[in-house]
Design a protein around this ligand. Structure first.
Ligand SMILES: Nc1ncnc2c1ncn2[C@@H]1O[C@H](COP(=O)(O)OP(=O)(O)OP(=O)(O)O)[C@@H](O)[C@H]1O
Length: 249
């Protein structure tokens, strides 16, 4: 279980997170929505310890996540699909997938790491023949699949998906959404996804949290998204210009 209690983060004069409270239960898929620049990525970075909040507490299974006693062991519990894939151009596909299995706390023998990589590539619909290609030789959709295979390679307990469908056509976005949902269910992993894509929200989420003006304005099951009774959620879900969220014109 991930718990954020009154989390504050500023950059200079800009107060981005102004007291975030959020609980993500073990095994659930939480999707965080909110406009551009509202601090969704900052929130994920706070949980991972890449950004340190000035105030508040973040607990992972009751343990302090802001200052974990063993940072390597702490990070080994997470998998992450970065926005844009973020693959290493100089490494073949299998070494990208097995990146964390080739070094650090999760290191495995090279042959085993390669075998796991090929196995995970198959799970995301890529054949063993892609293992020795380089990222530049793959289409955007294939790169996204490789990123997904990398996120699950070490069978993490918690997976973060940062805008998983950005830049993909709607059909491919649907494929990636279904893969994410299927994999998360199969692994029993806790998932936290950031997205603007409402189709993605409906495909991936058990629950949805809306971040706006530095706080979580609403949390609820995805089935209540269209009848949330919350003006922020309502405006966002329907993409209206009028409402409490100021649109930049
Ligand atoms: N390291 C940093 N230094 C200074 N400002 C930062 C830093 N990281 C984030 N910010 C600022 O914090 C705000 C929130 O950024 P963040 O990337 O979390 O937004 P977001 O909700 O993920 O947006 P998007 O959906 O567009 O990716 C932005 O105004 C950004 O400029």
């Amino acid at each position: 279980m991930i718990e954020l209690i009154d989390v504050h983060k500023s950059f200079g004069k800009k107060h981005v997170l102004k007291g975030v409270n959020l609980r993500v239960e073990k095994g659930e898929s939480m999707v965080i929505i909110g406009g551009s620049g509202t601090g969704k990525s900052v929130l994920l970075k706070c949980i991972l310890g890449l950004v340190r909040p000035e105030k508040g507490r973040i607990l992972l299974d009751g343990q302090d996540a802001i200052r974990p006693s063993d940072r390597d062991a702490f990070l080994a519990r997470f998998g992450m699909l970065f926005q844009g894939g973020a693959l290493f151009d100089s490494l073949p596909v299998w070494q990208n997938v097995a990146f964390r299995l080739l070094r650090g706390a999760l290191k495995r023998p090279r042959e085993e790491a390669r075998r796991i990589a090929i196995d995970k590539l198959a799970r995301v619909g890529l054949g063993a023949d892609t293992a020795d290609l380089y990222p530049a030789e793959l289409s955007g959709g294939m790169q996204k699949r490789v990123g997904l295979a990398r996120a699950i390679a070490a069978e993490p307990e918690i997976i973060f998906f940062d805008e998983p469908t950005t830049g993909l056509d709607p059909i491919l976005a649907g494929v990636i959404n279904r893969l994410i949902r299927g994999i998360v269910e199969e692994m029993g992993a806790t998932a936290v996804t950031i997205t603007h894509d409402m189709t993605s929200v409906r495909a991936i989420a058990d629950r949805v949290a809306m971040l706006h003006d530095g706080v979580i304005q609403w949390v609820g099951p995805v089935s209540q998204l269209d009848n949330s009774g919350n003006p922020y959620v309502d405006q966002f879900v329907h993409g209206r210009e009028e409402g409490p969220i100021e649109a930049l014109r």
